[in-house]
Design a protein around this ligand. Sequence first.
Ligand SMILES: Cc1cc2nc3c(=O)[nH]c(=O)nc-3n(C[C@H](O)[C@H](O)[C@H](O)COP(=O)(O)O)c2cc1C
Length: 320
Amino acid sequence: MKWKIGNVEIENQVVFAPMAGVSNISYRTIIKEMGAGLLYSEMVSSMGITYNSQKTIDLINESERPISIQIFGSDVNSFVESAKYIEKNFHPDIIDINMGCPVPKVAVKSQAGSALLKNPDKIKEVVSAVVKAVNIPVTVKIRSGWNTINAVEVAKKIEEAGAKAIAIHARTRAQGYSGKADWNIIKEVKEAVNIPVIGNGDIKSCLDAKKMLEETNCDAIMIGRATLGNPWIIKECVEFLDTGKKIEEPTNKEKIDMIKKHYELLKKYSNSKVALLEIRTHALWYLKGIPNIKEYKEALVKTNTEADFQNVLEQIYNHL
Ligand SMILES: Cc1cc2nc3c(=O)[nH]c(=O)nc-3n(C[C@H](O)[C@H](O)[C@H](O)COP(=O)(O)O)c2cc1C
């Protein structure tokens, strides 16, 4: 089903989550090919952009559109300046503000990410200022709360401030990634605001995707961790929500082919050392669940050159 964030049309209800270290241009390319309706970038520091010390933001491929670039920070002025800078230099379709990151370095030390949830008035100030500063839609990604749940209050402030959508990961900051996401909070937020709500947390299959849409009435669902090693879940959800039919699962050989493709994309967009480090991590995710390849996996993570990596991968392929 099509929907909109501001004037940005989105083809379907399957959204790829922002994940630091994962949602870079290489993986986004794969996820887009799987048919995701909307992509988020990894979060980028608004302070870093303002002071020009941040590693450059990934490029955006035209084929990835619509895409949202996510910023995090705590200082209103840095949010405003970085949003303007990103709009001018990177031309994303949407700017998203991170109010969900639980990582101590971000949330405690810098009072950014989910720390903002402690101060709904500041949220309104930040969102209003960014909305005024740019011409593209601004959205916010939140959690259920910091220690206690205050997502409804926060969501109302975000709407009042002029944001065009809210994504909510249905866990508090205190919960981190443990326990079960409480989708009731998504429902409550959806009932409280008139802007689109993207539900997030613990979607592991197309059945979960449908269930979240039905139970919470949210406008779209966002998938993060379940894509690790399984970008096909995006396609599975898109197809299932559209037709009610399940696609075939990838074969083990297709998984190896995907590792090769992913590696090529990483090499295209980053230096060879970084590409190898990243593909070694992703490879283990792709290979999870394939029986009798333990020793190959151990060898794979120890590889230090592209040739060695490709060689072990070939051995796994032949072993399957
Ligand atoms: C490795 C990793 C990195 C993440 N980085 C970000 C981030 O940069 N910005 C953000 O808003 N959320 C980030 N998240 C949270 C996810 O976007 C998502 O809200 C969370 O994983 C719950 O969804 P899931 O159950 O589908 O994974 C990250 C999660 C993981 C696992």
